[in-house]
Design a protein around this ligand. Structure first.
Ligand code: ATP
Length: 315
């Protein structure tokens, strides 16, 4: 059967070096039209380096990269004209009003003044900033600035939108509002590529993602696939005070390890990976263990990451 999907970003053996240091060490992936694709990984994993190469603003050190079917070494300007980019740091013009930030960008993309005004109004409404149109950017909250940056990246009606850690530094309410906007864009058919070190963000937004660590891809799949392949249905957390854990680390782990398919020992908790959390809890009590708190929860991408790398995502 032939593959009907259109690869907007085609990556094979991609590498990025800074001097002697290799930040991206040979990765393979495809981003298909219409999906929301995520790069999940801790600080320094190589997500931004990969994103900058996909944005055609940082040269490739090795391997193959095609963006919208074009080679960034030869067709950088043509690629950049067709992408929307929302960088990690806000790069808005603080001297200008909210609206002017959009209209100026429209002019840059060759829209007429009337088209710029129309597009700016449409986008301000989409990101819920119509009431702030005449305000200077300096006066906006962090969440509003992020929404304006996203609006700006949409001025040229791109097929592919790159978002580098879109919600880092935002409060929970601002994050949820932004997720809602990104979700609507996805529904409208915009292909999204998102880097994040928040597992909940990856779970909420991404159809498919790669877990990156140390410049390599540790795993790839949908959030549900990754959880199925690399974790159990449930996780039982046994929380202890730090003093107990430090003193009885191995002894505690030894008392419960046969109850689970896998256990993880964290500074304040033991994690028991089993499909039946309630059963594990009953056994723990039967064995006379007295954790300060017990929690049975479903597995998340954080558990996948811990399994793959032995580390938590946000240390
Ligand atoms: N311009 C540069 N020169 C030298 N080293 C760099 C440069 N940019 C990134 N690095 C290094 O490359 C590694 C990967 O960085 P990168 O920013 O791609 O990771 P990341 O996964 O995006 O992390 P973060 O979440 O912190 O942005 C890090 O060790 C970083 O210090």
């Amino acid at each position: 059967m032939s593959d009907q999907r259109e690869s907007l970003v085609h990556v094979r053996g991609l590498r990025k070096s800074y001097g002697d240091f290799e930040a991206v060490r040979g990765i393979d992936l495809d981003v298909w039209r219409g999906e929301a694709f995520g790069f999940l990984g801790p600080n320094g994993a190589g997500k931004s380096s990969t994103m900058r190469m996909i944005g055609a603003v940082s040269p490739v050190s090795g391997g193959t990269l095609k963006i919208l079917g074009l080679d960034p070494a030869a067709d950088g300007p043509a690629i950049r004209a067709r992408l929307g980019v929302c960088p990690q740091d806000d790069t808005l013009d603080t001297e200008l009003t909210v609206r002017e930030n959009l209209t100026i960008y429209g002019r840059y993309f060759g829209l007429s003044r009337a088209e710029c005004r129309e597009r700016a109004d449409e986008l301000l409404e989409f990101v819920a900033l119509t009431e702030k149109a005449k305000v200077k950017v300096d006066e906006l909250s962090g969440g509003m600035k992020r929404r304006l940056t996203i609006a700006r990246s949409l001025v040229s009606k791109p097929d592919l939108l790159l978002l580098d850690e879109p919600t880092t530094g935002l409060d929970p309410q601002a994050r949820h509002l932004l997720w809602d906007k990104l979700f609507r864009l996805k529904q409208a058919g915009v292909t999204l590529i998102i880097t994040t070190h928040y597992m909940d963000e990856a779970e909420q937004l991404c159809d498919r993602l790669v877990v990156m660590d140390g410049g390599l891809i540790a795993a790839e799949g949908s959030p549900a696939d990754l959880i199925r392949d690399y974790s159990t249905r449930e996780v039982t957390e046994l929380r202890f005070g730090p003093d107990v854990m430090l003193a009885d680390h191995d002894a505690l782990a030894g008392k419960v390890e046969d109850l689970a398919q896998r256990i993880e020992v964290l500074p304040d908790r033991l994690l028991l990976y089993t499909d039946d959390g309630e059963h594990a809890v009953a056994q723990v009590h039967e064995r006379g263990l007295q954790p300060a708190a017990v929690l049975v929860r479903r597995s998340t991408l954080e558990d996948v990451f811990l399994r793959l790398t032995g580390r938590t995502l946000v240390d």
